[in-house]
Design a binder for this molecule. Sequence first.
Ligand code: AMP
Length: 445
Amino acid sequence: MSQSESKISFEDFALNRQLLNAIDDLGYTEPSPIQEKAIPLILAGHDVLGIAQTGTGKTAAFVLPLLMITKYAQGEHARCLILAPTRELVSQINNEITDLGKYTDLRHVALYGGIGPKAQTDALRAGIDIIVATPGRFLDLYSKGEIFTKGIKHLILDEADKMMDMGFMPQIRRILEVIPRKRKNLLFSATFSERVERLSHEFLEAPVRVEVTRQATAAETVDQWMYEVPNFKTKLNLLAHLLENPEVARAIVFTRTKTVADNVHKFLGRKIMDKKNLRVIHANKSQNTRMNSMDAFKAGEVRVLVSTDVSARGIDINEVSHVINFDVPVIYEDYVHRIGRTGRANLSGVAITFVTIEEAYHIKKIEDIIRTQIPQKELPSEVEITETPFEEQQIMLRVVDEQRKKMDPTFQGAFHEKKGKNSWSSKPKKTKKPFSKVKKSGNKR
Ligand code: AMP
């Protein structure tokens, strides 16, 4: 992406206010690359072949336009069928429909095996607009007369490569026989193999192919490691400690949100370093301020830049000595973008990631994408481990519960049992007074 202001926003798509408000509530500030490419094509009525992995925002890339097209509750029978290989994925897609469709009255249901069909058939009988299903459970309920298929106008196959690996092709073919021929189709797959290509010929009509490529090169060249950190305060302590090292000559500290970026920036300016060696950029800063900060950083006048992904995306900041991921990105590609800022042109790059218990889920997915296990280091003994405030702990455990539910829809939630048993929230260790002894570091360049 160029440095100029060619950035697309969600407002640029022909989406209605209900959807834009839901996107806003979720905190998605701009479309991910696959969303940027796929949403307009799907809205324009094309069959689309999307090559994208989990973590690229691919689910919203097809859910948003489908919600827009399906619009509001109508009749009794499904107009949209989404097939996915596992109940975990079916449930994730269904959750995303719940979140993105919260201001619509669209009715949707997740159909998967392993549990009794009563709740699922009740939902179908009450009238339905969108079905998300594993092929097996779909056929099972279809054969029992619970699903009327003649109204289906959109069919989506998600993770088609995995469906083929799992031997679902015969079921998918059977489903194709019982739904109307005249319909729109979308096919998403993490890989583009010959088999996927063959399936796309069979299944799609004049498809447009969109792809977001995996950029693994940086992941292979940059020296990466991570620290398990129990809470926000300890993350600050660890950051302060790392910045004491003069080898950290020019660092970007990435945060997930503007608020955290501002808090980290304030903390560093108050306790750790001279303000003139420090800048923060995020979407609330004017374009001019952002460009000035960037120029000063590139010229080596500024040692530490605190930034959100959004503001760093598309801007050419390379050749930094250290990338510090204060938060784990939830758009997993951003991890690759972030660490790609370092390790260029003979400079040895280092990427360090801070991971709390609630972020471990995302780190595993990032490791899958970069096909590398990120080594974990012990927290340096000088870093004070602050006790996790009760409220922060509760929020984290609740998120962990949600994640476990996503992975296993039958999981009832262990939130209450887990209270106080969180292995990551180690007891406070008073090795050092918080921050008071940390030296002020100047610009080393
Ligand atoms: P997926 O690739 O669909 O599994 O999505 C990965 C994660 O990114 C999910 O947790 C989504 O909620 C989140 N996500 C999707 N689109 C965006 C966006 N435009 N901005 C920020 N997060 C997003």
